[in-house]
Design a protein around this ligand. Structure first.
Ligand SMILES: Nc1ncnc2c1ncn2[C@@H]1O[C@H](COP(=O)(O)OP(=O)(O)OP(=O)(O)O)[C@@H](O)[C@H]1O
Ligand SMILES: [Mg+2]
Length: 341
């Protein structure tokens, strides 16, 4: 096989026996969730591995796709699919914890600075920032990675539209810099007074007592643990999903560079909703013929620009993907593709 030929998902995965974390990303509505579910179903059913499928999209759709309630109460066993577990991540509690911490800090600061203002107003303003929810999602994702890594053979994360997903994963790099800086300045501020007494142990003791410092250090430890996997191509793969149309292809091309820039290993590309050739055999409407011609043009562009990265083409099915039987068909398509050059 030449370097220019694509590797199927299974060929790609065979080279990485310790691949643990799968992510799917792409433009809105292109099929990120069905591809994530297809990958998870394939490994659970055909390979007998214990799989966790986790939705990180604030607008969850696993429940409606599987036709069963998967929301609330953490990880659930998917009924009717052996070895498969799922979770629609709930960030409400994490956001509330952030808000409580923030108002506690603010209250302390306002009192310390003798400013007669209610901390709650500030907390409300600070926490309406969308980055607040994003970082809560990131936090929960890290927890899932680190807590569940021993409990599952693979974890498949279904992300929100690509910009959010990339920002979400990119937080890893940015957070790390930010945390180091915060920890440094906190250490400086705290130890200034104690430093004057030249007693290092005293500084350490003070640092341990400081709740803000404890939070920062805990987050940094978690971050470093998770980055061992998140930035490791043997452990993590980010898969783009596209459809054979101009905009979603452009989005993938644009984001490949960005994902690399954040040191997230790229797993490849799934091309979804490909109209099968036999649909246009025999007598077809002009509408269908044009649609098919348009697709051929975009498949040509994919071949030219992305071909070695393509892991599978998934056909456009006659109905939407709802229920386990349909998900099993997607699983077969994502895993058993035969590239035609
Ligand atoms: N190959 C396909 N054949 C038929 N229907 C499909 C196919 N792929 C996706 N669909 C349908 O298209 C819709 C969008 O798919 P999906 O929810 O997986 O996209 P998404 O990228 O996760 O969307 P979002 O950005 O909202 O998270 C769903 O209704 C799904 O059933
Ligand atoms: Mg989705």
């Amino acid at each position: 096989m030449s370097e220019k030929e694509p590797k199927t998902l299974l060929e790609f995965a065979a080279e990485k026996p310790n691949l643990k974390f799968f992510f799917t990303g792409g433009k809105g509505g292109v099929g990120k969730t069905i591809v994530a579910a297809g990958i998870a179903h394939y490994y659970a059913v055909s390979k007998g591995e214990k799989i966790l499928l986790a939705s990180l999209n604030p607008v969850h759709s696993l429940s409606s796709m599987f036709g069963q309630e998967l929301w609330g109460g953490g990880i659930k066993k998917v009924e009717g699919v052996e070895n498969l577990y799922a979770v629609e991540v709930d960030i409400k509690e994490t956001v509330q914890r952030y808000k409580d911490q923030l108002s506690e800090r603010l209250r302390w600061f306002l009192k310390w600075a003798d400013i007669p203002v209610q901390a709650d107003d500030f907390t409300a303003i600070a926490s309406t920032n969308p980055a607040f929810e994003e970082s809560a999602m990131f936090d929960v994702m890290l927890d899932l990675m680190l807590k569940e890594i021993e409990n599952y053979d693979k974890i498949v994360f279904d992300c929100a539209a690509v910009a959010n997903a990339v920002r979400l994963l990119g937080l890893g790099k940015i957070y790390d810099l930010w945390l180091s800086r915060m920890i440094e300045s906190r250490e400086e501020a705290m130890s200034l007074r104690v430093k004057l007494s030249f007693r290092k142990e005293k500084v350490k003791e003070e640092i341990k007592k400081d709740p803000m410092m404890a939070d920062l250090l805990e987050m940094r430890t978690k971050m470093h643990e998770a980055k061992k996997y998140l930035n490791n191509p043997e452990a993590t793969a980010f898969f783009f999903v596209t459809i054979p149309l101009a905009l979603p292809i452009a989005v993938v091309k644009r984001f490949i560079a960005m994902v690399r820039g954040f040191d997230i290993p790229i797993g490849g590309v799934f091309v979804n909703m490909v109209i099968p050739e036999d649909v246009v055999k025999g007598k077809v409407t002009e509408y269908m013929e044009n649609k098919y011609k348009e697709q051929l043009n975009y498949l040509g562009i994919i071949k030219k620009d992305l071909w070695p990265l393509v892991r599978a083409e998934v056909p456009l099915f006659q109905t939407e993907i709802v229920g386990i039987d349909m998900i099993a068909k997607v699983a077969d398509a994502v895993a058993n593709w035969e590239p035609q050059s």
